[in-house]
Design a protein around this ligand. Sequence first.
Ligand SMILES: Nc1ncnc2c1ncn2[C@@H]1O[C@H](COP(=O)(O)OP(=O)(O)OP(=O)(O)O)[C@@H](O)[C@H]1O
Ligand SMILES: [Mg+2]
Length: 414
Amino acid sequence: MVESESSGLPHTERLEDLYLKALREKIRKIKELEQRVKKLEEVNRSLEMEKKLMERQRLKLEREVRSLRKEIEKMNAPPLITGTLIELLPDGRAVVKSTTGPNFVVRISSKVKRESLSPGCMVAMNQRSYAIVEVLPSSKDPVVMNMEIEERPGVTYNDIGGLKEQIEEIRETVELPLLRPDLFEKVGIEPPKGVLLYGPPGCGKTLLAKAVASQTKATFIRVIASEFVRKYIGEGARLVREVFQLAREKSPSIIFIDEIDAIAAKRLDDSTSGDREVHRTLMQLLSEMDGFDPRGDVRIIGATNRPDILDPAILRPGRFDRLIEIPLPSEEGRYEIFKIHTRRMNLSDDVSLRELAKLTEGATGADIRQICIEAGMFAIKEGRDYVSNRDFLLGIEKVLKKELGAKTQEGMYF
Ligand SMILES: Nc1ncnc2c1ncn2[C@@H]1O[C@H](COP(=O)(O)OP(=O)(O)OP(=O)(O)O)[C@@H](O)[C@H]1O
Ligand SMILES: [Mg+2]
């Protein structure tokens, strides 16, 4: 179009044409440039993004380096020595007994708060100067820490047969003072401090304590007295102290000391050094029991099947002042126990628990449990999925070593 116009036009017009052409060319170039700028801008934006990403990554890596540096520092730090603070001297220093043995007079780092230091507390000391650099939390023997029962046993009062009065009594003397201390305050008496369960083996002492443990809301600390018997002098007494301390910290609480005769046997004159250490442990126990605020929130339950060998000191009022006998079950009791242990068993119609209770004169709760298990075993042996009367009779014969003639005769005997 431009050429056809330009052919017959005067000189000036041609010039204009040329000018226009040049202008158009320029516009085209500008557009091209604009496009390039746009592209570059895009590139710029993406680079910008990348930069931000990199920046973030750099920060992350820097953080990692810092934490690794700290870790290396920690790894390289020399170990600290532990010790027990004995005395704070007026000049700002302290006497410390190190766990390696000797006592030292040491300086205290300014980082350690003075108020947190008290004689008897555990401290950490620099290895070279022995200066106190840290106060450690009071340490308890892991043995003691493990005595607190966190997983409550799944035993309820309904799982105990024939000990209604005893259950009532233990709830009155152990749980009531913890739950309703006001009642005792109003009447003006001190609730019994300790309850001792005694009676022949296998009649439910430990079982009763388990039920208390699972039903009470108080902290339950369970100790087997023989755990207090230690190799080194003073260790047993220390454990007793720590158990009672734990109980006080976590009050309201119940301490259950099973098989207490292991440490509370009568003190005799002709004793060995081992016996004397056990006696020291007992003395610590006695003094801990005396040291309580009587209406305090710590109750003690002891259990033994040898009350006759107990030291009279432990039975005097103010210590174990309530004795609860857990006797051999009566016929009614045996019936109840049979009921409990056959709850989940598949019994045939000919089984009469009343009759079984009659036949098991003198059996303990543990015996009855064993009889039920044996009866079940006989049923399994014969490939049945129900337990018959004869199985129970065989069980009684096996466990109580009684002759009922169950082997020769089939079926009913009564
Ligand atoms: N009264 C009872 N009711 C139901 N089961 C009982 C009863 N007495 C004992 N048992 C059964 O016998 C087992 C043993 O009882 P437990 O451990 O309480 O005996 P113990 O009195 O503590 O004996 P020991 O003096 O030897 O420690 C229990 O786990 C339970 O299965
Ligand atoms: Mg027991």
